[in-house]
Design a protein around this ligand. Structure first.
Ligand code: G
Ligand code: G
Ligand code: NA
Ligand code: MN
Length: 258
């Protein structure tokens, strides 16, 4: 069977699912959101990582259908968690470069998912990497305006790695910056990385944006980010990307104190 056939069949069998990594609010110590990450889960249990299948899906023109499946899965679980009283809890989904260049079609897909699963628009967030956004700032502005007008939040992913022009950044209709995990990794040992993280947090707040640090793995990193009044953290210290039932258990039991 060719890869194209395998993907087609996987789509028919709804093998593309969302896993969820929690985002912890440092003010309240509550999980206030998750990032949905695409997983291809074969019936035999093997899991194909998105880094492998997303580029192939883009080549085969199957990225939209896969995105729809993952997005609907993400909206379905998030609507459930809010209905169960764990909310308000939002969900962030990643947008591929291909989808970014077709804003109308993306809006249709996203709007349909929200309507179908009954998720309020403000509980959905779209993540665009900084390098994608800056590859075509005109289009990025258009995408963000379109989604913001619909009540959906927009965030810049992997911030700090993509050469943002600050004059462009200030014109984006944004809710959040996500500090790339490469800056978080050595934040307690590298003075430059510490300065960069502090500067991104201060700049985000000056622009009235929330800021989320990615890739938080140690309590020392967390302590630094608390000191800098970072709004949210995401990383293996809190939890890995989890299957929905495990994320739900974490919501029920609460995250341990860090
Ligand atoms: O979860 P993991 O570390 O394997 O993710 C690898 C990469 O795949 C990440 O950079 C992430 O942004 C990307 N990714 C995960 N899920 C999706 C998705 O639903 N759509 C797109 N376009 N990218 C995704
Ligand atoms: O920013 P992006 O969408 O590329 O990031 C998502 C990826 O980051 C996922 O593949 C996820 O598994 C990974 N990730 C999440 N938390 C951590 C962490 O604490 N450390 C490392 N090394 N990777 C992480
Ligand atoms: Na992301
Ligand atoms: Mn990221």
């Amino acid at each position: 069977l060719t890869m194209r056939h395998r993907m087609r069949r996987a789509l028919e069998e709804k093998q593309f699912k969302a896993h969820f990594q929690p985002q912890l609010d440092l003010q309240t110590n509550r999980v206030v959101g998750t990032e949905a990450l695409a997983r291809w889960i074969d019936p035999d249990g093997t899991m194909v990582p998105p880094g492998e299948f997303i580029p192939i899906a883009e080549d085969y023109g199957l990225i939209d259908e896969i995105c729809i499946q993952v997005l609907q899965d993400a909206c379905r679980w998030t609507a459930r968690w809010n209905a169960m009283g764990f909310g308000p809890i939002s969900v962030a989904v990643n947008i591929s470069g291909r989808q970014f260049h077709n804003p109308r079609q993306l809006m249709d897909i996203v709007g349909n998912a929200l309507d179908l699963l009954g998720l309020p628009a403000h509980l959905l967030e779209l993540e665009l990497t900084e390098s994608t956004a800056m590859s075509d700032p005109e289009n990025a502005s258009k995408v963000m305006r379109l989604f913001t007008d619909r009540g959906i939040g927009c965030s810049i992913d992997d911030f700090g790695t993509g050469y943002s022009s600050l004059s462009v950044l200030k014109r984006f209709a944004l809710r959040k910056l996500k500090i790339d995990r490469s800056f978080v990794r050595d934040v307690t040992t590298d003075a430059n990385d510490a300065a960069i993280c502090a500067a991104i947090i201060a700049m985000a707040h000056a622009l009235n944006l929330k800021v989320c640090a990615e890739g938080v793995e140690t309590t020392d990193q967390l302590a630094f980010l608390r000191e800098q009044v970072c709004d949210q953290v995401q990383g293996f210290l809190i939890a890995r990307p989890l299957p929905p039932v495990d994320l739900e258990r974490l919501l029920r039991d609460g995250v341990p104190d860090h």
